[in-house]
Design a protein around this ligand. Structure first.
Ligand SMILES: Cc1cc2nc3c(=O)[nH]c(=O)nc-3n(C[C@H](O)[C@H](O)[C@H](O)COP(=O)(O)OP(=O)(O)OC[C@H]3O[C@@H](n4cnc5c(N)ncnc54)[C@H](O)[C@@H]3O)c2cc1C
Length: 286
């Protein structure tokens, strides 16, 4: 289908983009890599009056080491994230999950910030943002605010962005030595979204699990922290398969998995337990 008509603007600085967005009103939309937005326009599931293409805003692109955290700019492509030595060294969970996003063509166009701002619970990066307790940096013409990932994903495709705001990037905490990471994803084909995914970060100390952060992809209208698993696995022997499996049995607690053509809710609940067990095993072994 052909999208409904809209005004198009391509600013070359963040200041200009914020000014245009501020003037354009509530029905304006930011265009990043277009990998999610363009299909929505074509299907006429979204019909913005103005599209503000931020593809030329250089300030929004890039990865920087800031000592205690890594800053990833919103317009950094998935491909750039996967290839980044800084990301691979200090926040490998981001690189692992991003490498599972779609295929090379999509990863060359799609952006880190677009994946977060789209707030799709089936997207891989929202659950990673939650597991790593990222801080999201949001800017409007009246200033900047920091939104913790736990508050950013409000509902299905609904991020905590007000009209006139642009996601500038994310501060990803460096978790340091002792932590192991894994992203486990079940999908129908290599290019497909997760039927269910599990992002795991585990800190080991003296052979036991001292702390675990587990977040689930596609187990509800937003990404969800598996808090029951996090509590159950604390203190477990990191090399005891049985103890990790027992903790993973709690994975579906407090979730509200969707049902669709590919999986019923009870199958997703089953998958969440199996994949959480695998993710814990892998993260404990790193
Ligand atoms: C075939 C295919 C397979 C895919 N498979 C996967 C997958 O397996 N896993 C996965 O996670 N994703 C998948 N995707 C989605 C892909 O990761 C996109 O990159 C991502 O969803 C959106 O990024 P984008 O840069 O293309 O954003 P766009 O499509 O341009 O924008 C998406 C939304 O975010 C808003 N937005 C974008 N950037 C900003 C910003 N900086 N500030 C404020 N709002 C902003 C836009 O207004 C829009 O509402 C797939 C896409 C395709 C086409």
């Amino acid at each position: 289908m052909i999208p409904a008509s809209f005004d198009y603007s391509r600013p070359s600085s963040l200041e200009e983009a914020l000014a245009v967005l501020g003037d354009a009103g509530e029905e304006a939309k930011v265009l990043a890599g277009g990998q999610s937005l363009l299909p929505l326009l074509r299907l006429r599931l979204a019909y913005p009056t103005t599209l503000i293409d931020i593809g030329r805003v250089a300030e929004l692109r890039g990865i920087a080491d800031h000592g205690d955290h890594v800053f990833i700019g919103a317009m950094t492509t998935h491909h750039e994230v996967v290839r980044s030595p800084v990301v691979n060294e200090h926040c490998p969970l981001v690189a692992l999950a991003t490498a599972t996003v779609a295929d090379r063509a999509v990863r060359h166009r799609g952006t880190f910030g677009g994946s977060l701002a789209h707030a799709d619970p089936a997207g891989d990066l929202p659950s990673v943002a939650l597991a790593l307790d990222m801080d999201l940096v949001v800017r409007s013409s009246s200033g900047e605010r920091i939104v913790p990932a736990a508050d950013f994903f409000v509902d299905y495709l609904e991020p905590a962005l007000e009209p006139g705001e642009i996601l500038v990037g994310a501060r990803v905490p460096k978790l340091g030595p002792g932590w192991g990471f894994h992203y486990e994803k079940f999908h129908r084909t290599a290019q497909a979204w997760a039927t269910v995914g599990v992002a795991a970060a585990v800190r080991r100390s003296n052979g036991t699990v001292a702390e675990a952060r587990i977040a689930l992809t596609n187990m509800g209208p937003t990404p969800i922290r598996a808090v029951a698993v996090e509590a159950a696995v604390r203190g477990a022997a990191a090399d005891r398969n049985g103890a990790l499996r027992e903790a993973a049995e709690q994975a579906a607690e407090g979730t509200d998995p969707p049902g669709d053509l590919h999986a019923r809710p009870d199958y997703r609940a089953h998958l969440s337990r199996v994949l959480t067990h695998r993710a814990l095993l892998a993260a404990c072994a790193v």
